[in-house]
Design a protein around this ligand. Sequence first.
Ligand code: ATP
Ligand code: MG
Length: 318
Amino acid sequence: MSRTLSLLTPSGRLTLGSYLGALAPMAQRQDDAFYGVADLHAMTTEHDPRQLRALSAEMATLFLAVGLDRATLFRQSQVPAHAELAYLLECVATTGELNRMIQFKEKGRGVESTRVSLFTYPALMAADILLYRPRQVPVGADQKQHVELTRDLALRFNRRYGEVFTVPEVVTSSGGSARVRDLLHPQRKMSKSADSAGTIYLLDPPDVVRKKVARAVTDSDTGPAAVRADPDAKPGVTNLLEILAACGGSADGVTTYGALKREVTDAVVSLLGPVQARYADLAADPAYVTGVLESGAAHCRQVTAPVLASARAALGLA
Ligand code: ATP
Ligand code: MG
């Protein structure tokens, strides 16, 4: 089993999509796994320091609440090697290649002035990866271009300055896990930074889940076969069916949208219940969570030190 690495950006509160698409698979793979709260990545656009602190703490506590107790958990900013290697990689990257990054173009579109860190984000992401020498990096489609850049930078560095980095393979996630869509806008995915009433957050209490599911868009089909998956013609209903299945529920014998929504609510509430109960226990003991993050960061500093030291030496630094 090879090393696994995954960083989530505290750009918002974790959602049902984060759970089904990221946290649940992470919980399945905890041996030699490094799971981080990418707080530095949350500062590439306008941010509020208090909110960043709160979102980072909530995310770390949720990591533990969903059962990530054997993996190394850390906050990116507590491992200075990330920022330092990012700078070294900026000395290898060109403005031309960073300019071609789609995410930079999209997030910067129509914005009068963007932070320099939004532009250099891919160098920090490359550092996040290369420091841990994973052989493979599983990515969603939106991050594929960044991981390919990571490979390019590693190859270029190795060629010009000596074999320092392990060049990771890009593994595009097969989409085996559900793609959870926004309940109000099923044409787009549920996402933590979207600020939509169609997002289910992991810490939403049962009555909030019920209300959100009750308002989920469906369609005006009242036929006997209305409850069926058809991504093009019935995106809202398909999303509800997929959420139900991913949460371990079943739509067998369900014939109306009202009944489907009750099943979805029950399945989501029973999935989130135990997570919320553990979260409440952990939130009552913040010193414990802080301690886990500190020892995780210490482990990360130890694991990444030789990689950073070789990169520094190869570039001619003391
Ligand atoms: P942001 O709005 O900041 O981009 P996000 O909710 O899109 O946040 P990411 O941090 O981009 O979440 O994604 C982290 C991981 O969670 C990725 O592996 C991604 O595939 C998974 N994930 C996020 N949202 C969903 C979703 N709606 N369905 C399935 N997987 C998801
Ligand atoms: Mg995203």
